[in-house]
Design a protein around this ligand. Sequence first.
Ligand code: TPP
Length: 211
Amino acid sequence: MSVEVEQKFIFDSDTLKTVEDIGVCVGQKQFHDQYFDTPDFKLTLRDTWLRRRKQSWELKCPTAAVSRTEESLCTQYKEITNLSEIYQRVKELINNAPETDETPSDEDDSWLSELHLVCFAEFTTTRRSFTLKGVEGVQIDLDQADFGYHVGEIEVLVPEGGDMLSAQEKIRQTAQRLGLHGERRVEGKMTVYLKRYRPEQYAKLLSAHIL
Ligand code: TPP
């Protein structure tokens, strides 16, 4: 398990030039994401994000040390990728879930309907990734979502028990090098997607201070 510390940013052609200047492109890829929740939003109302990307499952959960309450531009989420662990965690959050010892399988989606999980968002992203010359552990992603929104992310992956403060400091320094002034939090792909296509869920998450 690792913790993803990241800061999103709006980019234009100038930022892109700077990224290409101080960074090395390490690849371009396309992926299709499907996000799942119960019809009454039990997961996302707890800021927990279950998604399938390239036939693999991921659960993003808030970390104990929540930096959202500070006025930080960084967010940090724990990433769980083991399907049995994901299933256990999701079952705990959906407290009226049936008592079973079922082990979910990658090939069989029946655990989704068993837990009343439905897909609430689905989109494709084209991502260009960069690392920084002479800097360890920082990745910059430039994302273009197929519903017409683009956003950048500065990202550091910290292994469990690793140094969060130095990750945040690396992100702050990178933001400075990119010339980001960043007084405000930038909307992620999901925020824009929900606002546009799931206004009821968006309103609920907004009033619960999740978005
Ligand atoms: N980022 C901001 C600025 N506000 C939030 N509330 C969240 C993230 C929480 N969140 C919304 S969707 C989501 C999370 C953790 C899952 C997708 O994460 P993201 O890092 O936006 O997507 P990725 O870069 O992995 O495609």
